[in-house]
Design a protein around this ligand. Structure first.
Ligand code: ZN
Length: 477
């Protein structure tokens, strides 16, 4: 795949002056899509089209075959798994049906950090290794390997395929907000056209009340059909538009949110301001699981073609009943270099109803409850997911732009706010009272007003900077 070969030149490309970038980008774009995205892109695209409405039985057969391949590759060629399976008295021959997966040991982020070299397969040449890292919003950044020629093709096919549920097509005009540094901030330009993907790429790190009008003018002039990116950035734009409505602002076909957890109150607010479908998906840098909304609902439909999803309770039991909450644990498909088997994502989800109006028979998660670290610990050691704090945020958005929780001891949270307009003791009291209705009496709240909030390495919004180790309190969920 050309994009993998061009990975290093791409870094050079991003360093070029804008006019040179435009020339190179437009030339690159003349290369046919088949060549740019590779033959595997088409393979995955065909798989997606052919299997979209498969029955449960067809999925079980497909997933058994893929899992057997992953487990066999791991046992035959990956030293870490060979050892750990043997310690449990297992080999790949013990995987005879889907249910057998529960016999196999799970894998944590710490296991990957401590056994990185032993997790690399001995039968894949080093030139096929694709090194990836997690952004690490709250956890330590983690490195792992994927496969050149496959991983990126697969990702493009699944993301674009999923977005097609709201009409997206490759090369649609879209504005994207990610943490990438673009434009020329010294000249008040915080964006640039990215001809390789056809996006107007905007830098989310400079979004402030005084600069947002400049961003809005650039979006209007670009005439996009879609708005894509971090919900935290798009939410800031929406807040501005709510108090400063603009008639000339384009109406999007959909807003596609990526990379950050989306809270229901954020979705409601964006829908009210933009008046279009707010569409989100769940994914992660490890690329083990991918869940996407559908035409009919906001529930996340996990692609059975992409990886194998399990929902586990705190004791490692598999949960199946709608309404139950557990950790999302995944097994990767299509990664022979470093297969991840029963990998703990540290994300929590609520199991949704089996069937959906759209007719797909995919495992459904009605809500991702939040990253493991996205909980507040009360003085009584209760855990409160920051998802449930939604209504509180909604009520205070009139006088704050951005918010972030900080906690370093149970029962006390610091609530950092970037204020807007008049902000004083009266507003602080309102915030404290609003938060306390959700948190209860065993939590004290301290307000800290700041100019900017700390972001992750990738420029993502960090909803909570949690210094406590939440797993220690996990039995209380
Ligand atoms: Zn559906």
């Amino acid at each position: 795949m050309l994009e993998d070969i061009l990975r290093k030149p791409r870094a050079i490309y991003y360093g070029l002056p804008t006019w040179q970038k435009a020339i190179v980008g437009n030339l690159y774009h003349l290369v046919p899509q088949r060549l740019r995205l590779g033959k595997n892109y088409l393979k995955f695209q065909r798989l997606l089209e052919a299997s979209e409405y498969w029955t449960k039985q067809q999925w079980e057969e497909f997933q058994y075959r893929e899992l057997l391949h992953t487990i066999t590759q791991a046992y035959d060629h990956v030293p870490y798994y060979r050892k750990s399976f043997s310690e449990h008295g297992l080999s790949s021959a013990d995987f005879t049906c889907l249910d057998d997966i529960k016999k196999f040991p799970t894998l944590s982020k710490k296991d990957i950090q401590e056994n990185y070299d032993d997790l690399i397969a001995d039968n894949v040449p080093a030139w096929r290794h694709l090194v990836t890292t997690t952004g690490g919003s709250t956890a330590e950044p983690l490195a792992f390997l994927q496969e050149k020629g496959i991983t990126r093709s697969k990702e493009h096919a699944f993301i674009w395929g999923g977005w097609s549920r709201v009409g997206y097509y490759p090369r649609a005009r879209a504005v994207q907000f990610k943490g990438r540094s673009v434009g020329n901030p010294k000249r008040n330009i915080y964006w640039e056209y990215e001809p390789i993907q056809g996006f107007l790429e905007m830098d989310s790190n400079f979004l402030t009340e005084s600069r947002i009008p400049l961003y809005l003018d650039a979006i209007r002039d670009f005439k996009p059909e879609y708005l894509i990116g971090y919900v935290s950035s798009i939410h800031q734009i929406a807040q501005f538009l709510k108090t400063n409505p603009r008639k000339d602002f384009p109406r999007f076909k959909a807003v596609c949110l990526a990379s950050e957890n989306v809270y229901p109150w954020q979705r409601e607010f964006l829908k009210e301001v933009f008046g279009c479908r707010i569409f989100s998906h769940y994914g992660h840098s490890e690329m083990v699981l991918l869940g996407m909304e559908c035409e009919e609902s906001h529930n996340l439909h996990f692609f059975p073609q992409y990886g194998y999803l399990e929902v586990l309770d705190a004791h490692g039991n598999i949960l199946k009943e709608p309404g139950e909450t557990g950790e999302l644990v995944g097994t990767s498909f299509h990664n022979n270099v470093m297969p991840l088997i029963r990998y703990h994502t540290q994300d929590y989800g609520i199991i949704g109803e089996d069937e959906c109006k759209c007719g797909r028979h995919n495992p459904i998660i009605s809500d991702v409850e939040g990253r493991l670290q996205e909980f507040i610990v009360t003085a009584d050691n209760r855990l409160i997911s920051i998802c449930v704090m939604g209504a509180a945020h909604f009520n205070i958005s009139k006088f704050v732009y951005e918010t972030q929780y900080y906690q370093e001891r149970p029962g006390h949270v610091v609530f950092r706010v970037v204020p807007r307009g008049d902000f004083g003791e009266e507003q602080k009291t309102i915030i404290i009272n609003t938060l306390k209705t959700k948190l209860g009496d065993d939590v004290t709240v301290e307000i800290e007003d700041v100019e900017r909030l700390k972001k992750s390495q990738n420029g993502k919004h960090i909803m909570i900077e949690q210094k406590l180790s939440v797993p220690t309190y996990m039995d209380n969920i």
